[in-house]
Design a protein around this ligand. Structure first.
Ligand SMILES: [Zn+2]
Length: 408
């Protein structure tokens, strides 16, 4: 049965193009990005599913008064298998704005097709996942076969601007949606060969460090307190955070936590004034075994030392914090089966990997659901002339098809 399904998926090139064209033509931007949400695009997806006879559809709409129809839609579609146990494919419907139009060689909302390559806003992030899932659902229904596992597609809103109206909302109002033994796949990050299988993420902590001294004339520095010197000293001291949090985990590249000074705000506009204030930022990516609060406390302790030595006042704030979750174990069923499926379809060995960024999988892992993040992608999301490959959409659908028949 599985073999027939894989064959049927093989010649769906025209359908991939159709779906990508339809999806690309409907911009789904969150209100933060000046858009009116995902409803129109979600209705298109519902219509495509209904057309081919996927009847088990359920909407989980988050109220949001900022968009015209007052809702941010999430959609669950199911194709029943012999077991209620479900293979979930999660994809987000929203996209990011095209950015500078002059950098695009074609209209971002009109699909361009060049051989195996598709160009348009959203074709990779995250329409490739949506299309692979739709393709599999359609092909399955058309074949009349009942797979071993149930196929569940979850099409989500609001991934690009924080998930509050997307997966976070779904998990809050439908905590029963995912069963502990379901296989959950998030095809929203990967590599060009398909070898990267993301199972772990570092926590993200952005620190804002503000030093206040006393401004004075540059010719009489003894009359003031130079906040920039204090800030510069503290910048170097904070590089020592890695000594307090030295653990390494070979899953990640780089294997250790990272503590990186990044932005520095402008201070005085002229050269002959000693600055009385200095503000800089650090981007910290913290291994799951450490608590971000402990990093914050350590940064504050180092700041106290500089305060005393330099006579400034320093505040250290967490400007942004995305906590992480325990990694999905490399021997969990979703990972082991995915490695098998990727080998069968693409002939390569996928490796469990940790990343410094953050995906919706973290929200699932925080609830004890071992989600895996995988797809075969060009990795050019958010760029102008965003591209994806038709063959990847089809190949990924075949990988998912494999997972539906774990015992064949
Ligand atoms: Zn995405």
């Amino acid at each position: 049965m599985r073999t027939a399904l894989l064959h049927a998926l093989q010649d769906r090139r025209e359908r991939v193009i159709d779906l990508q064209r339809g999806l690309t033509a409907i911009p789904a931007l969150g209100p933060e990005n000046g858009g009116d949400g995902e409803l129109r695009k979600m209705r298109y997806i519902e219509a495509q599913l209904a057309r081919v006879g996927v009847t088990d559809l359920e909407r989980i709409d988050a109220p949001d008064e900022r968009v015209p129809e007052g809702i941010r839609p999430n959609l669950v579609a199911r194709v029943p298998g012999r077991s209620p146990r479900t293979l979930w494919i999660l994809g987000h419907v929203d996209v990011v704005p095209p950015g500078d139009l002059a950098l695009w060689t074609s209209d971002p909302w009109t699909l361009a097709v060049d051989g195996d390559t598709l160009v348009g806003r959203g074709v990779e992030d995250n329409q490739q996942a949506l299309v692979s899932g739709l393709l599999l659902a359609e092909t399955l229904v058309a074949s009349g076969a009942t797979p071993e596992l149930t196929l569940g597609l979850l099409c989500m809103a609001d991934e690009e601007t924080g998930n509050k109206y997307g997966l976070e909302y779904v998990l809050r109002v439908r905590p029963d949606l995912f069963r502990p033994d379901d296989l959950i796949l998030v095809p929203d990050f990967g590599s060009a060969d398909g070898a990267m299988l993301e199972v772990a993420e570092k926590a993200v902590l952005w620190l804002k460090i503000s030093s206040t001294g006393t401004q004075c004339h540059g010719s009489t520095p003894h009359k003031g307190v130079n906040a920039m010197v204090a800030g510069a000293e503290l910048t170097l001291r904070l590089l020592d955070l890695h000594k307090e949090f030295p653990a390494e985990n070979p899953l990640f590249d780089p294997p250790a936590s990272t503590f990186t000074p990044t932005r520095r705000d402008a201070n005085v506009p002229n050269v002959n004034t000693v600055p009385g204030s200095d503000v800089f930022y650090m981007d910290c990516r913290i291994l799951p075994q450490y608590a971000p609060d402990d990093v914050l406390a350590a940064a504050r302790r180092l700041a106290r030392e500089v305060e005393e030595r330099r006579g400034v006042r320093v505040t250290v704030e967490a400007q942004h914090l995305l906590p992480t979750a325990p990694p999905t174990p490399a021997d969990s069923e979703v990972v082991v089966r995915l490695i098998d499926a990727v080998r069968a379809v693409y002939g390569i060995e996928a490796r469990p990997t940790g990343i410094g960024g953050s995906t919706v999988a973290c929200l699932l892992r925080q609830r004890g659901l071992p989600a895996a993040v995988w797809c075969r992608v060009l990795s050019n999301c958010h760029e102008p002339n965003e591209k994806s490959r038709i063959s990847n959409a089809i190949g990924d659908a075949q990988v998912f098809a494999h997972l539906l028949y774990p015992h064949e």
